[in-house]
Design a protein around this ligand. Sequence first.
Ligand code: GLN
Length: 319
Amino acid sequence: FIIPDWSGFTKHIEDFYWKCKSNSEGKVASYIPQLARMNPDYWGVSVCTIDGQRFSIGDTSIPFTLQSCSKPLTYAIALDRLGQEVVHQYVGQEPSGRNFNELVLDYNKKPHNPMINAGAILVCSLLKSLIKPEMTLAEKFDFTVNYFKKLAGGENLGFNNAIFLSEREAADRNYALGFYMREHNCYPDKSNLKEILDFYFQCCSMEANCDTMAVVAATLANGGICPITEEKVLKPDSVRDVLSLMHSCGMYDYSGQFAFKVGIPAKSGVSGSLLVVIPNVMGICTWSPPLDPLGNSCRGVQFCEELVSEFNFHRYDNL
Ligand code: GLN
């Protein structure tokens, strides 16, 4: 086993869990009523190793929407199907140094990276227009869900229609980003902006729980092979690129500090979820709705800090 003393390890995870549970900082996202109603006490942590050992504690079977945690997944599909060169003709690899939904492009008038809204919307346009462009929106939705499901080893993955409708309703900024990018010819030819945004909101509105998302993180930790089904879902090169950008850009405008203090690729979402990948070891998903001012889950960030203070999972530990 990759973690020989499993029960010793999970005791530590339990300790961190209880430590973070008493953290009452942060505010639940309030831009749509469905998220604002989330109970701030929800707190779950799930772990899945690359050899399939699993552990969960807390609210790990309650579904939440993926929100920004879908961004590394759609980016992974784009890389896997189109290759790095094509994808990065359209989107950069640089942290933006700004908020995730800031109305700003880089010096080449491209989105800074695929982990912020502009970049993720752009990646959705690539999935829509460059991979099997003959597919309808419905077919493209199924295609994407199937990919997410394979990453999750076939475990529970749903779609929250109320969140989708609310996202689309409260989307002035995302529309603004969409039009701004159209003004600068960011999309592939024949792209339809309304369809791209609908597809983006659909990806944000996919629903899963901590247990499922820990498997997704573990598939990334395992070079693209799902540890539960042993299916090869992504090429190792695609996974490497996804993890590189999760490391530098996955935690919104806290990414630099997180890379310094925690040193592990991760991606957060406004529903309070946090995907954490310890390459060649394990995937972790934490979920707790209260967010800090930059949009990261307060308990999730604390959990990661506790984790690396006990274990040498920081990329540059013990060099
Ligand atoms: N649905 C959110 C948005 O587009 C997702 C962003 C996020 O999770 N930070 O604004």
